[in-house]
Design a protein around this ligand. Sequence first.
Ligand code: MG
Length: 331
Amino acid sequence: MNPTPRAFTEEREQRDLQPWAAHSAQSAGRQRPEADTDSVRTAFQRDRDRIIHAKAFRRLKDKTQVFIAAEGDHYRTRLTHTLEVAQIARTLARALRLNEDLTEAIALAHDIGHTPFGHAGERVLDELVPGGFRHYEQSLRVCDMLERPGGLNLTQEVRDGIVSHTASGRPGTLEARVVHLADRIAYVNHDIDDALRAQIIQADELPKGPIRLLGNRHSQRIHHLVLAVISESEGQDKAAMRPEEAQALEELRQFLFQRVYFGSPPKVEEKKAEGILRQLYLHYRENPELLPAQSAPGEEGVRDYCAGMTDHFAISQYARFFLPRPWPPEE
Ligand code: MG
C-alpha cells in the first residue's frame, strides 16, 4: 500500500531535515486534543492553512506597516510585510534544512494581532489597556481565542513561535528563531525602500559602511543577509547571523529610527491616528453595548475590538461617532 501524502512528507522530514529541526510527526500537540484524520497535510501544514483562512489574516491587507494612509499603490501593508517575512524565512529554513512548513506558519501569523495604524496604534493601546499591550501577545490571543469560537487550536510549536518572535522572546524552536531573523531582514530593507519611494530619505544618505558591505540594491542586501545567516548557522544547532552583517543591519535599523520612524514628515499623521484610536477606545469603554455580541467582558473586549480593526474601519467608526453627518441625509 502506498503511504498517504502526509506519511510521505513525515518520512521525508525524518530523512532530510536536520536532527535539531522540528519534525511534524513529533509535534508537542495542539492547544486542545482534537481528532486528526488528515491524510494529506502534516500538523504544521494544517496550522499554516488555518492561519491563511483566518479573518484576522485578511484584515492585515488594510493595516499600516509604517506609512499611514500612504498615497500610492506600492507601499507595504502589514499583509505584504508578512508575505515578505514568510518568503525570506522559508528560504532560510529550506537552506538550513529546518521545517519549512512550521517556519511559514509562524511567519504568516507573527503579526496577525497587530493594531491598526502600525506602531502608533500599538503605542496608544499600550498606554490605555490595563497591563499594557504587546502585538505578539495579541497575535497569540487571536489564534487561541478570537478567531472563530474556540480559536484555531494550533500546535504548541506555532503558538510558541508567535509569542516569542521578538528580540526578547526565547523561542523553543530554531524555526521561530529563523522567523525573527527574517522579520528584521524584511522590515529594515522594505522600510528603506518605502522611505526612498516617499522621498523621506535619499539613497546617498544611507550609512556608507552597511551599504558597502550589503549592496546598493534592495535585492542584493536581502540576498547578502540571507547568506550571512546560512553561513553562520549551516550544519549547526543554531540560527544566527554572522556578526559583521548583524552589525550592519543594526546600523541601518538605527538610521531608520532616526530618520523615518521618528520625526519624519509623514509621522505627523501618526498623531491624528493615535487620536482616532484613543477616542474610539474610550468610547467603547463607556458604551460596551456597541461591541460585537461575542466580545469578552470589560476592557478585554474593548482591546480585542480596537486591536482587530483595520485602518479604514477605525476611521469609518470614528466618523460615525464623532463627525457630524450632513443634513439632510443623502439618499
Ligand atoms: Mg513583523
